[in-house]
Design a protein around this ligand. Structure first.
Ligand code: ADP
Length: 332
C-alpha cells in the first residue's frame, strides 16, 4: 500500500486505479476446482503433444465461478488467439459466418451465454463444429444461392449458467463438458489474499477468511466484497484490513452471516411469510418480487439450495427449517 506522510493509505494511489488485471492468466494461477483443473490440463497437454486442436468445450455453472477466466487460460496455455462474444450478440446468421471465416487454425471462439443463441444461429453452428464448414447465402430473393465455405479448424468454448437450456444436438457436439462448482471458504480466502496482494493491500488472514465465508462460494463476489471493504478501510484511514473492519463493513452492506444480501432475504421472506414456507412456483415468486425468473433461477437460488436453505420440489420452492431459522435471526 502506498502511504502518505501520516502513514495512512493514499486513496488516489491504490493499485486498483492503475487497472491491474485481476484475472489469473495461467492454469496454475487458477485457484480451486482441482479435479476440473487437472483434467483440463491433461486434455491441453495431450493436444499439445499430438499437435491437434482441442475438442469443443462447454463450461457450465452459476455466474462468477470462473468460466470466462478458464476460457482465457485455455487460450493462453494453448498459445492461440481467443475471439470472445456472447449468445445475444448474434442477431443474424451473417454475424456468425463473418466471425467463423475470420478464424485461424487452432483459434478459440468463446461464446458466453451460449444458451441464448437463436435456434437458426445454433443450427448453423452444427456443421461448423462438426465438419468445419458453414453455409453462406449469396444474393437474395429467388436468385439466392447457398454456398458452403470451409473454415479453419477451431475450438468452440461455450459458457452457460444453465446447461439444461441448451438443445440436445448442441450439447452433444461438445466433447469436453466442464462443470464449475461453488468454492470452499479456504479457496476463496486464497483468492482474496492474492487479489489483495495484487492491489497492494494488507489484509489479515483471519479477516480474509471472514470475507470468504460470506462470498456465496463465488470468486466474483469475494473480489467485489474485498474492494468495498478496501473503500471502508480507506475512509477510516486504516493501514491493515482486520476482522473488525471486515465485520463492520459487511454489517454496513447488510451482508449476513451466510453471505446473503437483501435480495436473498426478500426471496426467503416471501416464501416464508407470503406463502407459509412454500411450496411456491418460481413464476409466482418472480411476479411477487418484481424480479426476472432468470435472475431468480441463475443468481439467487443455486447458492441458497447448495446451503440447504431452500429446496426445489416438483410443486415449487420450499423454505427448509434451516432457512426459516436463518431469516428469523437475520436483519428482520
Ligand atoms: P464467469 O465467467 O463464470 O461469470 P469469471 O471468469 O468472469 O466468471 O470470474 C469472475 C471473477 O472471479 C474474475 O475477476 C476472475 O478473475 C475471478 N476468478 C474466478 N475464478 C477464479 C479462480 N479459480 N481463481 C482466481 N480468481 C478467479
Amino acid at each position: 500500500m502506498v502511504e502518505n506522510k501520516d502513514n495512512k493509505l493514499a486513496p488516489n494511489e491504490i493499485q486498483e486505479d492503475k487497472k491491474i488485471n485481476l484475472r489469473p492468466k495461467k492454469i496454475n494461477e487458477f485457484i480451486g476446482q482441482d479435479t476440473t483443473k487437472s483434467n483440463l490440463n491433461t486434455f491441453i497437454q495431450s493436444s499439445l503433444k499430438r499437435k491437434k486442436n482441442l475438442d469443443h468445450i462447454i463450461l457450465y455453472g452459476p455466474p462468477g465461478l470462473g468460466k470466462t477466466t478458464l476460457a482465457n487460460i485455455i487460450a493462453y496455455e494453448k498459445n492461440v488467439n481467443i475471439h470472445s462474444t456472447s449468445g445475444p450478440a448474434f442477431t443474424k446468421k451473417g454475424d456468425l459466418v463473418t466471425l467463423l471465416s475470420n478464424l485461424s487454425d487452432g483459434d478459440i471462439l468463446f461464446i458466453d451465454e451460449i444458451h441464448r443463441l437463436s435456434p437458426i444461429i445454433e443450427e448453423s453452428l452444427y456443421p461448423a463444429m462438426e465438419d468445419f464448414k458453414c453455409d453462406y447465402i449469396i444474393g437474395s430473393g429467388p436468385s439466392a444461392r447457398v454456398m458452403q465455405i470451409s473454415i479453419e479448424k477451431f475450438t468452440l468454448i461455450g459458457a452457460t449458467t444453465r446447461l439444461g437450456l441448451l438443445s440436445r444436438p448442441l450439447r452433444d457436439r461438445f466433447g469436453i463438458p466442464i462443470q464449475l462448482e461453488f468454492y470452499s471458504p479456504d479457496n476463496l480466502k486464497q483468492i482474496i489474499m492474492l487479489n489483495a496482494k495484487k492491489l497492494n493491500i494488507n489484509i489479515v488472514e483471519l479477516a480474509a477468511y471472514e470475507v470468504a465465508k460470506r462470498s456465496r462460494g463465488t470468486p466474483r463476489i469475494a473480489i467485489r466484497l474485498l474492494k468495498r471493504i478496501i473503500d471502508f478501510s480507506i475512509v477510516q484511514n486504516l493501514k491493515i484490513i482486520d476482522t473488525e473492519i471486515v465485520l463492520e463493513s459487511l454489517r454496513q452492506m447488510r451482508i449476513d452471516s451466510e453471505g446473503l444480501d437483501e435480495m436473498d432475504r426478500r426471496y426467503m421472506r416471501c416464501i416464508s411469510e407470503d406463502y407459509s414456507g412454500g411450496p411456491v412456483g418460481v413464476e409466482t415468486l418472480s411476479a411477487a418480487l418484481l424480479e426476472q425468473k432468470d435472475i431468480i433461477e441463475d443468481v439467487i437460488e443455486p447458492y441458497l439450495m447448495q446451503r440447504g436453505l431452500v429446496q426445489r420440489t416438483s410443486r415449487g420452492r420450499i423454505l427448509s427449517k434451516k432457512g426459516l431459522s436463518h431469516i428469523n435471526k437475520e436483519y428482520k
